[in-house]
Design a binder for this molecule. Sequence first.
Ligand code: SF4
Length: 291
Amino acid sequence: MFYEGKIYRPPSEAKSIILQITVGCQHNACTFCTMYKDKSFRIKSRAEINDIINTAHAQDSDAERIFLADGDAIAVDSVLLIEILDQLYEKFPQLKRVGIYGGPKDILAKSPKELAELKAHGLTMVYLGVESGNEEILTSVCKGVSPEQMIAAGQKLKESGLALSCTVILGLGGNILSQEHALDTARVISAIDPHYLGALTLMVEQSTPLAKAIKRGSFQLLTPLESLTELRTLIQHLNVTHCVFRSNHASNYLPLRATLPDEQADLLVTLDNVIGSQSLERLRPEYWRGL
Ligand code: SF4
């Protein structure tokens, strides 16, 4: 399969065929993100998309999972997206799910009816990067929306019946805003009440504005134990109905997985044990040894 530039997908789409129907990210402004900085956003032409689908079909006509890339493919006009979904389900008879990244502004630009139609035509999962629920942090990282807009985007997706997976980034407020980040993020995620929640840990790429802020001394990264304390506060204040929580990305110091709220208390005990020990022994060494 031919791809323009580097391709990113959520960890849970590892078994999916990736179809790059758009290039880059329409927003492309977040200060911590380098994923699409070398790409100008564009929606591929109908002819290009047909070629991509035909190539994928030639490679694996029994595919059960497809992920539509790049970083904000939900920006594609709903009429075209529905055409693509119909084409995919016709071409791939075993197809069971189609996932997509959705930026909050592009989700808000779609009507509830459009989102419900996308669901009816086989879009199954939307991945939304919430990052933080704190207004100051969202502004400082140029996320482009307020916490209330993020809640509105997430709730709109859920109300349409689509499965929703949110991610947040531990440490995004540095050590100064750690407590506010945890509490406000818990509030926003609770209001959205997603089906899945992933907590990543901030990893700073050298070319980002955030890296420059660290060099200037205006932003301090959390230590591993501070990061786990922030996560503990977040988990403690989450109020969700049924959410599969994961913090097992390569960036995380302590791999965790739990179904909330059923395993919320157990998760807090695990975090308390690690934090209380004040030891880095149980944490992934490849990260903390370099600090
Ligand atoms: S919206 Fe997502 S993909 Fe786009 S710049 Fe921000 S973090 Fe990166």
